[in-house]
Design a protein around this ligand. Sequence first.
Ligand code: ADP
Length: 292
Amino acid sequence: MLTIRDLSKTYANGVRALNHVSLDIPKGLFGLLGPNGAGKSSLMRTIATLQEPDEGSITFDGIDVLRDKDAVRRTLGYLPQDFGVYPKVSAEDLLDHFAALKGYAARKERREVVESLLRQTNLWEARKRKLGTYSGGMRQRFGIAQALIGNPRLVIVDEPTAGLDPEERNRFLNLLSEIGEQVVVILSTHIVEDVTDLCPRMAIINRGTVLLTGRPQEAIEALSDRVWKATVSKASLADYQARFNVLSTRLVGGQPVIHVHAESQPEAGFSKIAPDLEDVYFQRLRQHAQAA
Ligand code: ADP
């Protein structure tokens, strides 16, 4: 269990990236969802002991994360947002190198570790290829392979699905989900679908503030009977946006389809729909924007 209490951080330029963040993150895949600039990376880097908060505490299975950094690093796997690889080196050789750095000194044991990670991330067949020839999805799976060296109990992946095509994204998320059966895995993302299917628990964060935390399904149920849908004309769209709590607008066959948050039918032409996590997400962001 990872426990975060009252974590705050203001950067030297005055940006308040974390504002009294408190979260309980149990074993499993945990989705940290928020728009760009929400503070996700700041939170991830702080948990990964790469930067200091101004105040607050983090504990992981009894370890004081902010004080005992070495203990955290021994049990941490981290895939940063800007994970770079050496393009001219093969996956197998680079992973072997990382494993050596992580303390696998004996060659035979290291080979076993490298093979098992390459198989787990489905890169075994491609292990001899230079990393520069890898697709985005393969590169991210390689990033996970290096994060898993040493059997970490805490795995942090920062915006790993940005830029992946749908098939690669699914494959990657399934891999994270499997890893989450054993350990704490925190996945940060601005893509709602990353969280919907595979994360048993999640948080929504915006401007450094946690807006919601819990199970996606419960958050969706809490919004039931309050989301309405209508197809409107392009010319009247701005009018609808001014009069109602419009959560989202999507063009379907060239015509705007809007989702509106309301206690009862906004007006004739609206039909009640079963909300999804995207509705929850936009409703919370909207509420937060109005409160500001
Ligand atoms: P996210 O990962 O959700 O996109 P970040 O944690 O990267 O959010 O950023 C949160 C806010 O803090 C943004 O406004 C960003 O511009 C700002 N920020 C991030 N890192 C720094 C830094 N090192 N110095 C100053 N401001 C920063």
